[in-house]
Structures are given as structure tokens and as C-alpha cells.
Write a protein that binds this ligand. Structure first.
Ligand SMILES: C[S@@+](CC[C@H](N)C(=O)[O-])C[C@H]1O[C@@H](n2cnc3c(N)ncnc32)[C@H](O)[C@@H]1O
Length: 280
């Protein structure tokens, strides 16, 4: 598994013993990979995608390669809608009165920054990711507003019930074990806190389906090659989305993990789902 490294002085993280610059001593826990393994076998069968064993390293390296163009590609691919989706994540997380919020798989920290902008002075947002180049590629305003650190989403370096809200955007599809990842997020969330998951769906149905497939599997990899110099990462994107869970199934996993009142909002013509609820 990927070893976290310190990328910002504000939050120092080492995997294994799991100690942080916040002075927290943390518990470790073995992730079980039942669901993840099944999902990954299906994904591997599609050819483009890594095996479950290779996935963490593959994903970390891939995001390392595209980090310098990540934000631009996000804006282009979503036709500028990504900003509005981040706003919905913040709305669903109800961060206005929150003291501590966690963004898992924060990447360049855009979601974390949106959360921070809505929170009061003295409140803090922590963003963790296992791809150091993604953390470094964030804008200076992110580094000034968010506590960034390296950590594996399957072994978050925080004690139970640390945060008032835990969010992730475009993360869970990349995990070897989605269920374990959600349980880990719920573990560090306080009772009554909000969990929000934004993720790409396998795609809309009906007449939009062929158009979506053409765009996602044809235009997006081309855009990736032209803008980021990377067609592999932007081939992985539509293939991993196609192999991912339908939003209703993801909502079931949230419920299994202990989240109540789960709600699914589809945006981007059904290409993205924002799933949220409250820890019971
Ligand atoms: C598609 S990017 C999303 C970044 C950001 N959340 C956003 O909204 O743009 C997915 C991020 O999740 C991170 N990631 C994937 N698997 C991870 C894991 N097991 N632990 C920590 N970060 C992970 C990747 O390194 C990458 O930065």
C-alpha cells in the first residue's frame, strides 16, 4: 500500500503508526476487500483498468502525472459545471456551523477550499490524499486555507468521531474497497455529522446514453491527450466510471456503513451523483 509522506508542515502524516502533526495518536485497521475485489475483477476484465493489487500504486502514479493539468481538465470536461457541484457538496455537508471538516482524496483541494470559504473563522478544513503531486499542484489559496497532508483513504490517520463533516469528490471509484473506504469515513465522523460523496456514475440511461458514451469515451481521452498529454488517465476515467456502482447501490453502501437519511442528487445530466446523509 502507498506510504504517505509529509507534503505540508501543517499536517504531518506517517502511515503505519499513524501519527500526525495535529498531535493525534491513531488506530490502524485492516481493510477487508470483499466488495472491492469483486468490483476490481470485473474492472480488470475490461482490459484498461488495473488489478486490485496494482490499483493503489497505479492510481497514485496516474494522478501524479496529470496533477499539473488536473483543475483545467476538470473544468473543461464538466463544461464548467464542476464549480457548482462543489457548492452542492458544501451545501449537503452543512459546514456553516462546523468546526472541523475532512475532505478525503482532496487532490488539488478545490472542494476543501469551497468548504473553508463557507466556514467561520477558527474552523478548520483538513484535506488528505495519497498523491503528493496533486497536493502540491493546488493553488496558493488552497495551501493558505486548508490543512493538507498525505494519507491513505483506507487508513485515515484520525481518531474516531473527529470531524463534523466528511466529504469526498471523485474518490470512491478509485478505491480498491469502496465499502471499507466509506466505513473509514464514517469512523472519523461524529454522530450526527454529515457524510457527502460526489462521484461519477456509470452514465445516464435512455437517449442520453449513446451521446454520453461518445463524449466520455471519445472526446475526453482526446482532450486528455491534447491538454494534459495523457490519454491513459483519461481513458481510465470513463472505464472506471462505467465499471462503478449505480448511485442507488452506492447509497446502499452508505446505509450499510451507518449513514441515515441517505439522499442521492444527480447532476450533469445524470453523469455525476452527490450522495449524502447523516451518521446515526
Ligand atoms: C479524481 S481526483 C479528485 C480530487 C478532488 N477530490 C477533486 O474534487 O477534484 C481523485 C483523488 O483521489 C486520490 N486517491 C485515490 N485513491 C486514494 C486513496 N486510497 N487514498 C488517498 N487518496 C486517494 C487521488 O490521488 C486523487 O487525487
Amino acid at each position: 500500500m502507498y506510504l504517505g509522506v509529509s507534503v505540508r508542515p501543517r499536517l504531518r502524516v506517517r502511515t503505519g503508526r499513524h501519527t500526525t502533526g495535529l498531535g493525534l495518536v491513531l488506530c490502524t485497521r485492516q481493510a477487508r476487500a470483499e466488495l472491492g475485489t469483486r468490483t476490481m475483477l470485473a474492472m480488470a476484465a475490461m482490459g484498461v483498468l488495473p488489478s486490485a493489487e496494482d490499483k493503489p500504486r497505479y492510481v497514485a502514479r496516474m494522478f501524479g502525472r496529470i496533477a499539473h493539468r488536473y483543475d483545467l481538465m476538470n473544468a473543461l470536461m464538466s463544461l464548467g459545471m464542476d464549480r457548482g457541484w462543489r457548492g452542492i457538496v458544501a451545501d449537503e455537508a452543512s459546514v456553516e456551523g462546523a468546526r472541523r471538516v475532512l475532505d478525503v482524496g482532496t487532490g488539488t483541494g478545490q472542494v476543501a477550499l469551497t468548504l473553508r470559504e463557507r466556514m467561520s473563522v477558527g474552523a478548520s478544513v483538513v484535506g488528505v490524499d495519497f498523491a503528493e503531486p496533486m497536493l502540491r499542484a493546488g493553488s496558493p489559496s488552497v495551501a493558505g486555507a486548508v490543512h493538507l497532508g498525505a494519507a491513505d483513504a483506507l487508513r485515515l490517520p484520525f481518531p474516531a468521531e473527529t470531524f463534523d463533516a466528511v466529504v469526498s469528490a471523485y474518490l470512491v471509484r478509485n478505491l480498491v474497497d469502496v465499502h471499507a473506504g466509506l466505513r473509514e469515513q464514517v469512523r472519523v465522523l461524529r454522530r450526527g455529522g454529515r457524510l457527502v460523496v460526489l462521484e461519477i456514475t456509470p452514465g445516464p440511461g435512455g437517449i442520453l446514453r449513446p451521446l454520453f458514451r461518445l463524449y466520455f469515451r471519445g472526446i475526453v481521452p482526446l482532450l486528455g491527450r491534447l491538454v494534459a498529454g495523457e490519454s491513459e488517465a483519461y481513458t481510465y476515467l470513463p472505464e472506471s466510471a462505467a465499471a462503478f456502482l449505480q448511485p442507488e447501490r452506492l447509497a446502499d453502501l452508505l446505509r450499510d456503513a451507518g449513514v441515515q437519511d441517505v439522499r442521492v442528487q444527480r447532476v450533469g445530466l445524470g453523469s455525476v451523483a452527490i450522495t449524502s446523509g447523516t451518521k446515526g
